[in-house]
Write a protein that binds this ligand. Sequence first.
Ligand SMILES: Nc1ncnc2c1ncn2[C@@H]1O[C@H](COP(=O)(O)OP(=O)(O)OP(=O)(O)O)[C@@H](O)[C@H]1O
Ligand SMILES: [Mg+2]
Length: 252
Amino acid sequence: MEEILRVEDLTKSFGGIVALDGVDFSVKKGLMNILIGPNGSGKTTLVNCITGFYQQDRGRVWFDEKEITGLAPYKVYSLGLVRTFQLPQPFQKLTVLENLLTAYGENPGESFIRAPFKRSWLGHEEKATEMAFKVLELLDLDRLWNSPASQLSGGQMKLVEAGRAIMSGAKMILMDEPAAGINPKLAQEVFAHFREMKEKVGVTFLIIEHRLDLVLKYVDYAFAMARGEIVAEGNPEKVLGDPVVVESYLGG
Ligand SMILES: Nc1ncnc2c1ncn2[C@@H]1O[C@H](COP(=O)(O)OP(=O)(O)OP(=O)(O)O)[C@@H](O)[C@H]1O
Ligand SMILES: [Mg+2]
């Protein structure tokens, strides 16, 4: 399977705290990947360094066969590596459909996700709208297309964030605990939708998630961090039961 992301020797300290201690790993294209690890193990720092929000002290990053080491966040985003954020206040006032439409066209690069929507006889707006409704259907939000985003549940808001990423032309989506604060049943529904997006549009996910046991059946591959390093990776069930991983949580 083809590699979409590769990280080599990524190292980042804050004062005396070593948050990332020479992280090496790579992600295969088209998989639902989960990143677990106890509090403070470096998960968020890793995502922030990969996406250009933090500058690492050392190490290199490649995405989609290009080196992205040290690139600014907007550059990384425009290449199709998209880190989601909670919808900011102004976006909550927009409808669900408008939220998706405003993300369209932010990534000028050719994306395989967009390919079916490139029909030349459609105008830019028509293409965007057609694609937005396809994405909303996938996320089971099509009935809510005209509702203000502020009226959505926490779980539905996460789906809109992912939908915006897809509309922007993302090839890979990074999410930091999208299921935090959502009840277990809804968290599973959210993951089921992410999984469907992964399968239907071929996007790769890397999701930080504390409750791997809960979403196990939606996950293809797991990475576990402890003390700034990847300490285990592979089959999610095996990683979850790995003594080193279990110990890292107990030792927390
Ligand atoms: N901006 C920052 N300034 C100073 N220290 C930081 C900063 N960001 C992270 N750290 C420190 O780096 C270490 C790793 O933090 P990080 O947030 O990456 O962990 P995490 O695995 O995401 O934890 P959690 O599960 O609690 O979200 C911690 O010791 C944290 O206190
Ligand atoms: Mg974190």
